[in-house]
Design a protein around this ligand. Structure first.
Ligand code: HEM
Length: 649
């Protein structure tokens, strides 16, 4: 068997299923009409065909027999009929295609025996069907008792057994879930995929009630075997279940990222943004690459005290490569293990096995991402010339938590902080191309406060309310982590475990507004829907910083409400993003400085007409604007001087 080509093995499988299906159909007909020999005959032929193919792998081009013109009534006669016009041998391997007449006798005996065999199986089928029906009745009864008569939250009806598997959207799921919430008139909707309950929370009210007020129930994560076991991401706090290890990690995060600690990183963030300005000046077309470099510079400096190289930094490249493996894990091959953990012990040809092999190649890279930058800091500490960094501080601490491996803590920063910050800044560039009047207003405010004499710092926040509202609107307009990732048709199968951005998992049965939510449900906060609620944010699809300005300033919200709602961009409850203070400052500093120095416009074509830019986004865990080009030009000579001076200091 092991030497048989894969394609042939797939053919075996398909044909066996086909033949079995036809046998059951024949039995069914026999039960109902007692006289449909035709159907039975058809089934027998296909069973025989499958049998023949099993013995002769290259004979798969057999011709579909037509039963309509035959008078044959017994399996032997059918075979005689079937075998008479032997197809020509055309297989490139030299093996005969079609049936081998020399085997006729053997097969016909076998086929003759099939009819009574099918008949004798009838009772088995009835028993199996009764048992299956009984199991279904019993589980329905248990389910009903567990729900105490309460319904699940509303949602699309679904099909028996597979539930909503085929309802699941393949991209931009956050919009579909929001639409379902409107259609069924409920902030919380329920879906069932292959028996796994999926609950999507679409309003701020429900998110607040479930994730915040009942946070002890809603803070677990579903197990992601593909990432934690196969790729060794078991150190990533975002994937660690709710429990002592997660708490220990969060405590460390809090030590280094609480608001006062985050404030101490502002000079580093400003320095990275100044380098970004210089890079934009030198190579404006590479703005995407530059934002990635900026985010990497901030994170690696804070995490390890490493000053990254202007180009091709080995630590940035290593981390970026390791993160590519997450995409691999969230492909169908990897996700299948999250859905069906038993596949872990299955032979190599079972679905997902290719992923296992691939994961072996990637694991050392993920390990290097953890070890190599930490080792560099260790060396610097030993030599006594390490600048402040989280890694250096952990190395010299004596009160380290024994549950945590020191090198794993700073590795979390790149994983959580790099892509997210990059996406936000790229959304900002897109918004400025699409909304030139917003850009003009922000620049007018900057000019009136700074008078072109200096670049802005984070301290200027309160002096620049429109720019500050603009930075918040960037996170609302297209939330960085809107909900989910791209799920193509096949990956619908893994939805129940793997759908959302970073899903929560319910620990105990719960009831919300008269609806039952079972323990183990995967609970997704639809950040996008919360931030596109037309009652709170009129005209939610438009980029309008006024969404975050008080009414007296021409906006729609008081600052208090707006502040709480921007938090939604960073997730919910106890799992809320621990890097949010750092992230918010990085985005503000980047946005304000770029606006002060540059004008962002559409590129012009050869005839001087603006090249249209579309507002399109990818559907990943982190959503990016789809590739677009823009023209980034200095606003004035004064701006050039400021950029050059800042990048040299
Ligand atoms: C614009 C920037 C960022 C955005 C929009 C963002 C957003 C998010 C979101 C939505 C979550 C999921 C929360 C939930 O499960 O409800 C999250 C989790 C997380 N983020 Fe961020 N994030 C950003 C930057 C950062 C940075 C800079 C760091 C680290 C330095 C970071 C570290 C983390 C970690 C460790 C988690 C997992 C928390 C846990 O599971 O307990 N993030 N982030």
């Amino acid at each position: 068997m092991s030497g048989t080509p894969l394609a042939v093995r797939i053919c075996y499988f398909i044909d066996a299923i086909y033949a079995i299906g036809l046998c059951f159909a024949a039995i069914d007909m026999e039960l109902t009409t007692k006289a449909d020999e035709d159907m039975e005959r058809y089934a027998v032929m296909h069973v025989a065909a499958a049998y023949q193919a099993r013995r002769h792998p290259f004979a798969f081009g057999y011709q579909q027999p037509s039963t309509s013109n035959t008078n044959a009534t017994t399996p032997s006669a059918i075979f005689a009929d079937l075998l008479a016009p032997a197809p020509p041998p055309t297989g490139s391997s030299g093996h005969p295609r079609g049936f081998e007449t020399s085997k006729y006798k053997e097969w016909s005996h076998w086929a003759d025996g099939t009819v009574p065999l099918l008949r004798s199986r009838t009772l088995d089928v009835i028993i199996v069907s009764c048992v299956a029906f009984g199991v279904w009745l019993y589980t329905s009864y248990i389910d009903k008792r567990r729900r105490r008569g309460l319904p699940y939250p509303p949602g699309p009806p679904g099909l028996p057994l597979v539930g909503n598997l085929f309802d699941m959207p393949s991209e931009h799921e956050w919009i579909v879930y929001r639409d379902w919430a409107w259609k069924y008139g409920s902030g919380v909707i329920h879906l069932n995929t292959l028996g796994t309950h999926l609950v999507v929370v679409n309003t701020a009210k429900a998110a607040n009630e479930l994730f915040d007020k009942r946070s002890s129930l809603y803070s677990d994560r579903p197990s992601l075997t593909s990432l934690t076991e196969y790729l060794s991401f078991d150190w990533a706090i975002g994937f660690i279940p709710y429990g002592p290890k997660w708490r220990a990690m969060r405590r460390v995060f809090h030590t280094y990222f609480h608001p006062a600690a985050a404030k101490t990183y502002e000079p580093l963030e400003t320095q990275a943004v100044h380098r970004l300005l210089r890079n934009l000046l030198d190579k404006p077309r590479d703005f995407r690459k530059h934002t990635r470099h900026m985010a990497g510079q901030v994170i690696l400096r804070i995490a390890y005290g490493i000053d990254v190289l202007p180009q091709n930094d080995p630590f940035v490249e290593l981390a970026e490569k390791a993160l590519q493996s997450v995409t691999l894990a969230t492909s169908l091959g990897g996700s299948i293990f999250d859905l069906v953990p038993i596949l872990k012990s299955m032979p190599w040809w079972v679905p997902g096995a290719g992923f296992k092999k691939e994961a072996e190649k990637w694991r050392p890279i993920v390990q290097d991402m953890v070890d190599k930058p930490f080792a560099a800091t260790q060396t610097a500490v030993n030599q006594g010339d390490a600048p402040f960094s989280v890694a250096a501080s952990i190395i010299v601490r004596e009160d380290r938590d024994p549950m945590l491996f020191p090198a794993q803590i700073p590795a979390n920063f790149y994983l959580g902080g790099a892509d997210t910050t990059v996406s936000a800044i790229q959304s900002f560039f897109l918004a400025m191309v699409l909304y030139p009047e917003v850009q003009r207003k922000a620049q007018t405010e900057l000019d009136s406060v700074l008078c072109g004499a200096r670049l802005p710092t984070f301290e200027d926040q309160s002096l620049l309310p429109y720019v500050s509202a603009l930075a918040k609107e960037v996170q609302r307009w297209h939330p960085v982590v809107p909900l989910g990732k791209n799920l193509r048709t096949l990956t619908r199968i893994v939805l129940s475990r793997h759908i959302p951005a970073i899903p929560h998992r319910l620990l105990e049965d719960d009831v919300y507004e008269g609806h039952f939510i079972p323990a183990g449900s995967i609970v997704i906060g639809n950040v996008w829907a919360v931030l596109h609620d037309p009652v709170t944010f009129p005209d939610p699809e438009a980029f309008r910083p006024e969404h975050f300005l008080s009414k007296s300033q021409g906006g729609t919200l008081g600052d208090g409400g707006a502040v709480r709602l921007t938090e939604a961009a960073f997730g919910f409850g106890r799992r809320e993003c621990p890097g949010r203070y750092l992230a918010r400052a990085s985005v503000w500093i980047a946005v304000a400085n770029i606006l002060a120095a540059f004008e962002i416009k559409p590129l012009l074509d050869e005839d001087g007409r603006p090249i249209p830019v579309e507002e399109r986004y990818t559907s990943g865990i982190v959503a990016y604007p789809a590739s677009f080009q823009c023209d980034i030009k200095l606003r004035s000579n004064k701006a050039r001087d400021l950029v050059l001076a800042a990048s040299e200091s």
